[in-house]
Design a binder for this molecule. Structure first.
Ligand SMILES: Nc1nc2c(c(=O)[nH]1)N[C@H]1C(S)=C(S)[C@@H](COP(=O)(O)O)O[C@H]1N2
Ligand SMILES: [Mo]
Length: 349
């Protein structure tokens, strides 16, 4: 009998925003029912019978693809860690407005679908093309200006035609769950989650930079240093979390397993280190999962806690390009990209 049924942690009800319960990290692949959910609007109405994906704009040959058209194209499967750029926002000081994500606006799933480049090869891209815009089926209001807005985002052409950028139809081997973008969503491996547009309905090849509010107002890093210019949120930064023990846990003297996950953006994470009580030494933890380009890796570290006391534990990941986590992530006005070293306090009795 299973007594513990992990559930997502709600952050807001409408739109529905929920975290993966990091405490129950057990498999490398996050079960669909636990994968974090991030929405800007209420869920869209799905016209399942006559859904089409339109590909238009600066193309030689516009296309209207049915679900069957997509299913019948060659399918590719990739394990990908998706992380919301607002993950860990709740830990920024001073506090920043927005969803108060703690540790779990990040998950790892198997995504299966069609290479976007294959679709763009069959439409052809005209020479004036600059960006590709992806439109979701969900829409709603914003607090900063009147009107109704569709969730849409653009990608530069080099990322759109990257062989790993997918129109996903399946998650963990099953048709996409409704909450994760059924019938089809974009998966942009290595980039923060905002790029992976759900409930796709239209792809527009554009001859100018996209100006939509989820491109030009949100998902922009406004640095606290006024000499630095704002920049768009793109590639995920190297990051890690301690899943167990939890912050403020009370443990008995003895051996404990400190356990968690680490990930990066377009390159694999290669090193994970643990620090105890601000001492100089960083101890290497052991990887549970292999090194893979877009996948988080679980790690474990055996801690012989022989003395009672209050301990500060930290985890720090480094990726294969040598990028490492800072003690304090780069605070910015909208609270994105917090990759501060994770710190917890643990009591040993
Ligand atoms: N259509 C649509 N796509 C969307 C969003 C949205 O609100 N609407 N949110 C984005 C953001 S900010 C994130 S982090 C990811 C989350 O994907 P998930 O809910 O499948 O975890 O979806 C992205 N795609
Ligand atoms: Mo996000």
């Amino acid at each position: 009998m299973r007594l513990y049924h992990p559930q997502r942690i709600p952050r807001s009800v409408i739109p529905e925003n929920q975290e993966f319960p990091m405490l129950s990290l057990s498999s490398q692949i996050t079960p669909e029912a636990l994968h974090y959910v991030r929405n800007h609007f209420p869920y869209p109405y799905l016209p399942a019978h006559d859904w089409h994906l339109n590909v238009e704009g600066c193309v030689r040959n516009p296309l209207q693809l049915s679900y069957n058209d997509l299913i019948n194209m060659p399918q590719v499967t990739l394990p990908v860690t998706l992380e919301c750029s607002g993950n860990k926002r709740a830990f920024y000081e001073p506090k920043v407005r927005g969803e108060q994500w703690e540790l779990g606006a990040v998950s790892h799933a198997l995504w299966t679908g069609v290479r976007l480049r294959e679709i763009l090869q069959s439409t052809g891209i005209l020479s004036e093309a600059q960006e590709i815009i992806f439109e979701g089926m969900d829409s709603g209001q914003r607090t900063d200006m009147p009107g109704t807005f569709i969730y849409s985002r653009s990608l530069p052409i080099y990322k759109a035609i990257h062989p790993d950028t997918l129109i996903a139809l399946f998650m963990n081997g099953k048709p996409l769950p409704y909450k994760h973008g059924y019938p089809a969503r974009l998966i942009v491996p290595g980039w923060y989650g905002m790029a992976s547009v759900k409930w796709l309905q239209r792809i527009i090849v554009s001859d100018r930079p996209f100006q939509g509010p989820y491109q030009k107002i949100d998902y922009i890093v406004y640095p606290s240093d006024p000499n630095q210019s704002p920049r768009p949120v793109t590639v995920m930064k190297v990051n890690s979390v301690i899943a167990q023990p939890t912050d403020r846990a009370v443990l008995k003297k003895g051996t404990h397993h400190v356990f968690g996950a680490a990930w990066s953006g377009e390159v694999p994470v290669s090193k994970i280190q643990i620090n105890l009580d601000d001492e100089e030494t960083w101890y290497p933890a052991t990887w549970i999962d292999p090194e893979e380009r877009y996948s988080w890796r679980r790690w474990i570290w055996e801690w012989h806690a022989s003395k009672a006391g209050t301990y500060l534990l930290k985890s720090k990941a480094t990726d294969s390009n040598g990028n490492t986590q800072p003690l304090h992530g780069e605070w910015n006005a909208k609270g994105y990209e917090n990759n501060s070293i994770h710190q917890i306090v643990v009591y040993v009795e």
